[in-house]
Ligand binder design. Structure first.
Ligand SMILES: [Zn+2]
Length: 168
């Protein structure tokens, strides 16, 4: 299993090694990354699909924890009929959403917004410069379990591009 923290740190439950600690201090690795990585590692003893998975990042939002995997690894982390995410959800007391990091930003965006559908992605010009606006039908407003701010923050961190989200 590949995770934001190294193999040694995955197996331990206390302090991080000096390399991971540096990343933690610089903000490259968050507390949520550490917590979720260690839970997944523990579960990988029982659920072997996890042993061959690559987990990139985990984000803690108000209602849900978002786990970002390498492209093609989402199903390995979700587990058969969602059995792995159910276990994680029980441990952290929040629901879990798994999305794949993709070469195509739109695929990652769709994963985070599902079941809402993306209507369009437009380039818009703001006083701060050019940005991209994702438009979702307003029938989905309030039905996605992350806020607009949380969405924009996660997508920027995963894709490296700033996207605005709007319900229209
Ligand atoms: Zn380490």
């Amino acid at each position: 299993m590949k995770a934001p923290i190294c193999n040694v740190c995955l197996k331990s439950s206390d302090e991080l090694c000096s390399m991971c600690e540096d990343k933690h201090e610089s903000g490259e690795i968050s507390d949520t990354d550490i917590k979720i990585s260690r839970i997944l590692y523990e579960l990988s003893q029982e659920y072997t699909s996890l042993q061959d998975s690559d987990v990139k990042k985990a984000f803690d939002t108000e209602k849900v924890i978002v786990i970002v995997t390498e492209e093609g690894d989402g199903a390995k982390v979700v587990g058969r009929s969602g059995e792995i995410v159910k276990e994680i959800a029980d441990q952290v007391g929040k629901s879990i959403r798994v999305i794949e990091k993709s070469g195509e930003d739109l695929e990652t965006i769709k994963g985070l917004l599902s079941p809402a559908e993306v209507e369009s992605v437009n380039t818009v010009f703001t006083p701060e410069g050019q940005t991209k606006k994702i438009v979702v039908d307003n029938e989905y407003e309030g039905k996605i379990n992350i806020s607009i701010d949380e969405f924009e923050e996660i997508i920027e961190e995963v894709t490296g591009t700033h996207y605005m989200l709007a319900f229209e």
